[in-house]
Design a protein around this ligand. Sequence first.
Ligand SMILES: [Zn+2]
Ligand SMILES: [Zn+2]
Ligand SMILES: [Zn+2]
Length: 357
Amino acid sequence: MDRENDRQSGGAGGCARPFKTRSGDWVRCQSRVRSKCASCAELYRGDWAAIARSGVFDGRVELYRFYLLTLTAPSFGRVHRVPRSQGARAKRCGCGAVHDLRDAGLRGVPLTPSTYDYAGQVAWNRDAGLLWDRTRKRIRDRWESVEFFMVREWQDRGVLHQHALIRIKRPEAPNPQALREAARTAEAVSRVDGGVVGWGAQTDAAAFRADGDGAKTIWYLSKALNYVMKDTALTAMGGRGSNLAWAHLAALGLAARAMRCSRECAPDECASRVHDRYGSRSHVVSASRRTRHRSGWSFTGVTRGLQRRMRAAWAEARAQAAPAAEHASAPKRQEGAQLARVELSRRIDVARAAVLP
Ligand SMILES: [Zn+2]
Ligand SMILES: [Zn+2]
Ligand SMILES: [Zn+2]
């Protein structure tokens, strides 16, 4: 393989839509949507999964307690309840029926569309980020050492719900109920319409250990990361082949089109994608960052930016390695850096393998 090819395959190999920069380097499209570029979407998921794992396995884990916190939106009207798997114990639905898998098309569809609060639901999606912001401040006010990793995904009814891995130092670590209560009762005031935004009653916090238990939890979360990589809520929730489900999504879509996405927004003229995503903004995965006073979620300081730089450096090193091999050994300094890169990419691979379903 010649050098140009090697550089290309290392830097953007596998990307469906790479582009060439002015300096002649090939760069990945960095899409996180699988239908646009499977390769970049997989990197995106792998990067985040590696960050998630790095906060559970890469430090002195015996000093911490770990929790999986799940937060859901409030009710905007009753919806059909349909089991997810064969043999799951089916509860009687609000419509009076006991649904089975054949009714999957009804999952998340309102019992009474005419009274369903579509506007309230898309406004909640819009303000969910702000609510999480308040929630994490509230938790941190009580337990100063809190670090987190968070993923949002779509529920069938077309509203976001949220999973967060939480890590708290043992001396101040609460029981899961106390953590759940602190999170559940957080509130925010919408910057757009001044409404009060809060969580629903279905909230859960469970402790997990930084061993196989932790691997299982991260695997569970990485399934949520899969949803993140689908185009929009439409594809995440769609494909259920029911006219009622489509009607529900259409009504949500109209409500999102009509709402204001900011105080200045004129919905008829606004180009923001928020109106096409049932109110959702784009940040669906995040982790607490390293600061001067805090470690951040990743014990080792892994971020997506760092992973990208490491990949680029690795590709560059490989491209240079071929001609350099003819000469004497490379300077020690460079060698050390290269080893570190190889080690990091190995760890990313291991992490990715561990979370693939
Ligand atoms: Zn790509
Ligand atoms: Zn029903
Ligand atoms: Zn707007």
